[in-house]
Design a protein around this ligand. Structure first.
Ligand SMILES: Nc1ncnc2c1ncn2[C@@H]1O[C@H](COP(=O)(O)OP(=O)(O)O)[C@@H](O)[C@H]1O
Ligand SMILES: [Mg+2]
Length: 255
């Protein structure tokens, strides 16, 4: 096991919806430079755990620490302010805009002309290219093109660049990023995820495709029935062991 301090540590997180116990005493550790996959059946508690982390839900009990400091996350805005960025499945991009305005949406760099604020398009474009280059490791072929003409992988790159744009992002959460993609785009997106991790942003990846999980993840946290059923190191585990943890029984011997 690694002896590093976790970037992110959740302890004893419990959350009920009425009588339904969606999370029961769940822990999570995310270490620097790693991709942690969260897997589990439908209803296992993956999304609820992430929604507690990103401030969409309030836990009934439990704590979250970032770099050893308690983080009091009560809203989406709080989670962004402490450096947790999320790329949702639908990416939330504006198809009619090109890459740079999508990356800076709602927070465009401004310049003043005759005392009036205008979007500084040149700076926005330069900064967007810089972020794509340094943090995501891609150059877009035609930065002026509306992103509706982009491939699935290029759209992911823009969504990730937007998420990690701020300098003080500590954690990137990706919810089922490959769910709606074809094989080629899936491959590109998995490469992208590894590049982003390699550039210094640790990632929590929610996925129920174990092939994808094992091709990128360093560790795999299995959720079952609202609990953490286990955590394995990908290099020392396999799909069959993880499946056993997901369903809660040792599987019959199979190839
Ligand atoms: N807003 C909600 N209200 C009531 N029940 C919910 C809500 N969100 C999730 N649940 C329930 O909590 C459990 C865990 O759900 P979820 O975290 O979405 O699982 P997963 O993402 O692993 O499929 C499920 O039984 C689900 O029906
Ligand atoms: Mg879910």
């Amino acid at each position: 096991m690694t002896m590093k301090t976790p970037v992110l540590q959740m302890k004893g997180v419990t959350k009920s919806f009425g009588g339904l116990r969606a999370l029961i005493d769940v822990d999570l550790e995310l270490y620097p430079d790693e991709i942690l996959a969260i897997v589990g059946d439908n209803g296992a508690g993956k999304s609820t755990l992430i929604k507690v982390l990103t401030g969409i839900y309030q836990a009934d009990s439990g704590t979250t620490e970032l770099n050893g400091q308690p983080a009091n996350i009560k809203s989406r805005q709080d989670s962004l302010e402490v450096g947790i960025a999320t790329v949702y499945q639908d990416l939330g991009l504006v198809d009619t805009l090109s890459a740079a305005p999508n990356i800076f949406l709602g927070d465009e760099p401004k310049k003043k002309i005759l005392g009036l604020p205008f979007i500084d398009n040149e700076k926005m474009r330069r900064d967007a290219e810089e972020i794509l280059h340094t943090k995501v490791g891609v150059a877009l072929p035609n930065p002026d093109e509306p992103i509706r003409d982009y491939s699935g992988g290029q759209r992911q790159a823009v969504a990730i660049a937007r998420a990690v744009r701020a300098n003080d992002i500590h954690v990137l959460v990706m919810d089922e990023p490959t769910a709606a993609l074809g094989p080629e785009e899936t491959k590109n997106t998995l490469e992208l995820i590894k590049t982003v991790r390699g550039r210094g942003t640790p990632i929590i990846l929610i996925s129920h495709n174990l092939d994808h999980v094992f091709s990128v993840a360093d560790r795999v946290q299995v959720m079952r029935g609202g609990m953490r059923a286990g955590v394995v190191e990908a290099a020392k585990s396999n799909k069959q062991e993880v499946l056993g943890l997901i369903v809660g029984s040792e599987l019959q011997e199979a190839s």
